[in-house]
Structure formats: C-alpha cells, structure tokens
Design a protein around this ligand. Structure first.
Ligand SMILES: CC(C)(COP(=O)(O)OP(=O)(O)OC[C@H]1O[C@@H](n2cnc3c(N)ncnc32)[C@H](O)[C@@H]1OP(=O)(O)O)[C@@H](O)C(=O)NCCC(=O)NCCS
Length: 317
C-alpha cells in the first residue's frame, strides 16, 4: 500500500460537511462506474437521509483540512447496515477506507447490532478484498430490480405512516416491531420509518390482519432520498413469516405501487437477494427486471434473517 504522507484524521461528520461528502460520493461512484461525474446522481442524496436518521453513524476522513471521504451506517436494531462509503478518487488505494470502516462498525455494534451486512460491487476484487479484512464474507447475489408503476393497480386496507395521527404512531411502530422481530430477533426499522417521514424523503405502508401488522414496506423517494428522479425505492419490505405469505407480499408491493403513483413516480426499485428465491421469483413474475447485480456481504457469514422469512426485500446500499 502506498502510504498517505499527510496526516489523516477520522471524525464525525457535521451537518456542514454533508454537501461536500455528497459531492465526493457522486464523484467516487461516477469514477467507479465510468460515468460523467458532472451529471451523475445529481437527482439523489445518499448521505443526508442517513445522517439525519443517526448522525452518530456518520464519519469523515480529512487530510489536513480537506474532506476526502465518508462512511455511514444505519441501525436496524440487531441488524447493522454499513454504507455508503466513498473516498475521493485521487486518494484511492492509500488506506483511507480502511480507516473509515471501523468507527461505523463499532458504533453499529454499540447500538445493538449482532449481525452486520451491506451491498457491494460483486465484480470488484478490490471491494471484496477490502471488506474481507474486516471479517465480512460475500454471500448471495442481490439484484437491483425495477418495474414501471402501473397507476391502475390498487390495494384496499393499507395504512400509510404519514396518515396516522401523531398520538397513534407509537402503537403502529410497536406493531411493526412485533412483525420485524419475527423476521429477525431484534430487527427494528422504526427509527428509519420515523426519520423518512420527518425528513421528507419517504413514507411507509402497513398491511394489517386484524390487530397485527402482517406486512410493512419503507419506501424512499424524492431528491432528499437515494431513489433517483421518478423512482420509488423500497428500502425494506417484509411480509409476516408464515405458511401463506405470498399474498400479503403481493398486496404489499401493490400498496408500494399505489404510494408511488400518488407521488407521481414512474418506477419502483426493489433489491432482492438470491437467497430468497420465492421473493425473487415473485418480482420476476410481476415484470421486475434487474438493472444491476451486486452481492451482500455479511459478518458473521450467515443470513441476516430467519429461514422462515421468505418475503423480504432490503436495500443494503
Ligand atoms: C471502495 C472505496 C471506498 C475504497 O476506498 P480506498 O480509500 O481506495 O480504500 P483503501 O485504500 O483503504 O483500501 C483498498 C484496499 O484494496 C486493495 N486493492 C486495490 N485494488 C485491489 C484489487 N484489484 N484486488 C484486491 N485488493 C485491491 C488496496 O491495495 C487496499 O488494500 P491495502 O490497504 O492492503 O493496500 C473507494 O474506491 C470508492 O469510493 N469507490 C467508489 C464508491 C464505492 O464503490 N463505494 C463502496 C460501495 S460498497
């Protein structure tokens, strides 16, 4: 490794650092994908939404007083999601990501994570090798899939978080936590559900069966989100693990589509892991098409969710 001659410091990202961190992220991914940097991902924000959800999970790297990279994470209770991480291309392969990764992982663990996971570029030997140094292991392929929104699809009986009265929100969040705990012990999306609503970069839909939540989806959209113009990104979706979960999953996707149509969005983006073939096949049957394949890396090397949780979609970018 070529050593960085100047002194690198790693410290928490302040709100004032976010525009520069976002610009470095766009430049880094444009360079990675061979895209024109001036126009790439100008319609989305991967940094601010993560930061507002929990600033203690956002770190920057500085060479002297120049910000050169950032890494963030999201706490889903017992599941910690690492990323995004990016460093300025003119500093690549000089050890900066290696310094940016540990503080996020340590913080996720301190917040209760017992399993860490993220999505990365399957064909990059650099990426896989970098993360293996930290005990991550590549598991299944994950397809980022899209489907045009059909404005005529409708669903009955779905509830949007944004439509729930303030006094009632806590009850819905508790019911949601009961569902996600069935998917994985201690899995908790409620902080991110609240943040997306408050910050204005998304909304969540709930399907109910009597008094219980049988399916939930957190959708992100708009310029403050990572979704991209015209897209509704399903950050997380799950139907209650059980014998007949295909129908609620199908209704959940329709509820996401209805939300997208109401927001004037043109396509749904959903990430599905090949370890969940029922969900994957269901998306294919609905006409979703893969735009990019990646791989999720896990620490420890095991599935993040219970074996019975067949209908889960998660965007771990
Ligand atoms: C991925 C990224 C964050 C890495 O940042 P970085 O500062 O270059 O990473 P580091 O220098 O700390 O570590 C890279 C390591 O990979 C090694 N490496 C480089 N090319 C390699 C290859 N082809 N095969 C194996 N290892 C490779 C480097 O030598 C270095 O290891 P070393 O420290 O033992 O020498 C940066 O390239 C980036 O921002 N890419 C675009 C955005 C992106 O892809 N983000 C991550 C999405 S999951």
């Amino acid at each position: 490794m070529e050593q960085v001659s100047q002194c690198i410091s790693i410290r928490p990202l302040d709100e004032g650092d976010l525009p520069e961190a976002g610009a470095i992220l766009r430049l880094a991914f444009a360079t990675q994908f061979g895209m024109p940097p001036d126009t790439f991902w100008m319609d989305r924000d991967f940094v601010t939404g993560r930061w507002v959800t929990d600033p203690s999970l956002a770190f920057g790297a500085w060479i002297e007083d120049r910000l050169v990279g950032s890494s963030l994470g999201t706490s889903w209770g017992s599941l910690g999601v690492f990323g995004p991480i990016s460093t300025h291309p003119d500093t690549w392969n000089r050890g900066i990501a290696r310094l940016l990764i540990p503080p996020v992982l340590e913080r996720l663990n301190a917040l209760g994570a017992r399993h860490l996971a993220f999505f990365t570029i399957a064909e990059s030997t650099k990426h896989i090798a970098l993360y293996q140094r930290f005990g991550f292991w590549p598991r299944f392929l994950t397809a980022i899939m899209t489907r045009p929104v059909d404005p005529n699809e409708t669903v009955g009986e779905s509830v949007r978080y944004s439509a729930i009265a303030d006094a009632d929100q806590v009850n819905w969040l508790n019911a949601c936590r009961v569902l996600t705990t069935e998917v994985r012990d201690g899995l908790d999306l409620t902080t991110e559900i609240c943040s997306a609503h408050t910050h204005g970069h998304g909304d969540s839909v709930f399907l109910t069966d009597g008094s219980r939540v049988e399916a939930v989806a957190l959708c992100e959209y708009g310029p403050k989100s990572p979704a991209g113009a015209g897209s509704c990104l399903i950050r997380f979706a799950a139907a209650h693990p059980g014998s007949d979960t295909e129908r609620p999953f199908d209704r959940l996707l329709t509820a996401c589509e209805t939300l997208a149509a109401d927001q004037g969005l043109k396509q749904i983006v959903a990430c599905v892991n090949a370890s969940r073939p029922k969900a994957y096949r269901h998306l294919l049957a609905l006409g979703f098409r893969a735009q990019r394949n990646g791989v999720t890396m896990h620490r420890p090397n095991e599935d993040a969710y219970n074996q019975t949780a067949a209908f889960v979609l998660d965007d771990l970018r």
